[in-house]
Ligand binder design. Structure first.
Ligand SMILES: C[S@@+](CC[C@H](N)C(=O)[O-])C[C@H]1O[C@@H](n2cnc3c(N)ncnc32)[C@H](O)[C@@H]1O
Ligand code: SF4
Length: 474
């Protein structure tokens, strides 16, 4: 077996798609934007732990990735599982921003601010809910406290709702330093849009794309969701054709996670109108075929990119990373998050802010960091995280690399896991030999399933994991 084998020589959909395997291995599982996952975060967080993690982070001096959460939306999309606040009252955003600035100031006071910011992402909610003046001010506050790098080096992105954004505002975003855009499309079919109360027309998106190209944004990313009401393989094909014609550099095709017990607004969706599992599989199969045929590369876990995009190039070079925002080209960063539900990944710990406004505000009122949860990574967590990241980003694990980095005998340490992989190997999802693990094309869509074998917390809580806490893989 040749290892590491990162490049993906134009896989065909026939190689990726194996219905029988997908049916047999379709288990619920985490998306591994972190390991340990958010389910392992604990409540007993203390600001002193954050301070010592930050001291450790400063001592290591990695570059920074900043995430800013702006939770407001002016309308509710019924399917939405994001942490958002739906309101027509713009004044709520200015009050929120005041607290956000306090939080930025509190954190920045303890960060070595010479550390360059390689990544910046404003997410939501809908970050463009705030006014132009507020966006200017927020970026000015970030620039005052941190060292943002120039346009060539930084990946600075923002999420947009195309139905809510006059194209002219893109010029301001570019002027502020954003060089990447992420647009939620979901589906262009008017019947689907009506059923989920989410409206963005092809014309609106086309206009935004035109302006974005003129303003020289470096990369456009679009989100689609399959499994929404009234969707069929045929209807989704039309949405995807329209999207492909716009040539976004990156595309995410998310599986709709219908969990009305967890997300109340999803109760507005009539479950009877959701496509049957067979239809969903047909939509996914066809989407993969369409995207690969159109020249996109399958990056992994819902993500596709054009071969010339930085993400696809990083994947081909074996230099892809995974963080709380998904796949990333700048991996060696510590993450600072600001706003409700935002996450810090600093030193050997992860911290999450309060998800709701009241405790967030209350903590900041008393000049405390608005921390709700945390987890401190053990050496074992680090090792397992490295294995899971290698699987997700490179579809391969090289034993020797991890053995020298973590001083373990991989095959002895993971003998139970390697045994658990045997049925997956028999099914043709992967191959294992003395040098490493190689995920085969048929295993790529089921990568979560493979990662779960190395997740110590999944192993501990099998019964718990049987509860539908995670969305289904497919
Ligand atoms: C915060 S939103 C993107 C920005 C902006 N608010 C918008 O809607 O365009 C992040 C993305 O999460 C995805 N998403 C939200 N709820 C989902 C769900 N229940 N299942 C699958 N994907 C979902 C959507 O594709 C959405 O574009
Ligand atoms: S999908 Fe986007 S715009 Fe819609 S409710 Fe969720 S965060 Fe808001």
């Amino acid at each position: 077996m040749a290892l590491p084998q990162f490049s993906q020589p134009a896989l065909s959909s026939r190689e990726l798609w194996n219905l029988d395997l997908i049916r047999r291995h379709d288990l619920s599982g985490p998306r591994y934007t972190s390991y340990p996952t958010a389910a392992q975060f604990r409540d007993d967080v203390e600001e002193s732990a954050w301070r010592s993690a930050m001291a450790q982070s400063n001592a290591r001096g990695k570059p920074l990735s900043l995430y800013v959460h702006i939770p407001f939306c002016s309308t509710i999309c019924y399917y939405c599982a994001c942490n958002k606040i739906v309101t027509a009252n713009r004044a709520r955003a200015s009050a929120y921003l005041d607290y956000l600035y306090r939080e930025i100031e509190l954190q920045a006071a303890l960060v070595d601010t010479d550390r360059p910011v390689h990544q910046l992402h404003w997410g939501g909610g809908t970050p463009t809910f705030i006014s132009d003046a507020e966006m200017r001010q927020l970026m000015a506050v970030l620039r005052r406290h941190f060292t943002l790098v120039d346009d060539e080096c930084g990946e600075y992105s923002i999420e947009l709702h195309p139905g809510e954004l006059p194209p002219d505002r893109l010029w301001l975003l570019r002027e502020l330093g954003f060089n990447r855009l992420s647009m939620g499309i979901q589906d262009f079919d008017p019947r689907v849009q009506q059923a989920v109360n989410r409206f963005n027309s092809l014309e609106q998106v086309q206009e935004l794309v035109d302006v974005a190209r003129r303003a020289q944004f470096r990369s456009l990313s679009m989100d689609l969701i399959y499994g929404l009401p009234h969707q069929s393989a045929r209807s989704f094909q039309q949405t995807l054709d329209a999207v492909i014609a716009l040539r976004p550099e990156r595309l995410s095709v998310f599986n709709y996670a219908h969990m009305p017990n967890l997300f109340k607004t999803q109760r507005q969706i009539d479950a009877e109108t959701l496509p049957a599992p067979e239809e969903k599989l047909a939509i996914l199969e066809q989407s993969i075929e369409q995207l690969l045929h159109a020249g996109y590369v399958y990056i992994g876990m819902d993500h596709f990119a054009l071969p010339e995009d930085a993400l696809a190039r990083a994947a081909a070079a074996g230099d892809l990373h995974r963080n709380f925002q998904g796949y990333a080209t700048h991996g060696n960063c510590d993450l600072l998050g600001f706003g409700i539900s935002a996450i810090n990944a600093i030193g050997d710990s992860h911290f999450q802010n309060h998800k709701s406004l009241a405790p967030y505000v209350a903590d900041l009122e008393r000049k405390a960091l608005p921390l709700a949860k945390w987890v401190s990574l053990s050496r074992e967590d680090h090792l397992r995280r490295a294995v899971i990241n290698a699987l997700i980003c490179h579809f391969a694990v090289d034993f020797a690399t991890l053995e020298s980095e973590y001083s373990v005998d991989f095959q002895r340490h993971f003998s139970a896991e390697l045994q658990a992989l045997a049925p997956l190997e028999k099914d043709g999802l992967l191959s294992v030999d003395d040098r490493g693990i190689q995920v085969l094309p048929a295993g790529r869509l089921l990568i979560r399933r493979i990662c779960m074998v190395f997740d110590a917390y999944q192993q501990q809580g099998r019964e718990e994991a049987a509860a539908p806490r995670f969305s289904r893989i497919i």
